[in-house]
Design a protein around this ligand. Sequence first.
Ligand code: SAM
Length: 195
Amino acid sequence: YLFGKTKSTQVVHSLWKHVIRKGDVVIDATCGNGHDTLALLRMVADKTGGGRVYAMDIQKDALESTSVLLDQSLSPDEKEHVELFLMCHSKMEEVVPNGVDVRLVAFNLGYLPGGQKTIVTRSDTTLLALEAAKRILAPGGFITAVVYVGHPGGREEFGRVQDFASKLPVENWVCCKLEMLNRPLAPIVVVLHRR
Ligand code: SAM
């Protein structure tokens, strides 16, 4: 299911489809223009009202863009399954109620497509957010990160994400990356699975 796709974001959506179920609680840590939020919402929202996406971004423009996409694509009932937050993803624990099993935390790093290229994810906060994601992820859950390496700072950020993943204990975590060898600037997909 991975190799029919050409874009890293499609690869990651494909992977989610195999691991996310209706009723799951997931976090979109970088909602941007809302494409990932919408895809996740369609995977988790069930007719009995279960399933929730907590989506966040530090840019007001991003939240507005996500909100417009959700308004265009969803019924009011479906929109009940998503909550948007203007905040740094390093604080994600503050918005997820205690005791909730988080099945997935999704990161799509870099800058907002079509937005200001000066507002990008930064390694230090990305690392804090990965630590937070690690703390709230339920057993059996996934952290996925699409990491862009073509912009200034991107390669360094990837190095920090890779370093974080490499140090997770092998008894509890399966960590891998998918790198397109013949497209050296394509985003790298990192998948961390808590056993
Ligand atoms: N997932 C988005 C989509 O489907 O359209 C694309 C995300 S874009 C590549 C990266 C986003 O991360 C930008 O919108 C940016 O504002 C956001 N961002 C940067 N630093 C952040 C932080 N510390 N916390 C939350 N979001 C952040």
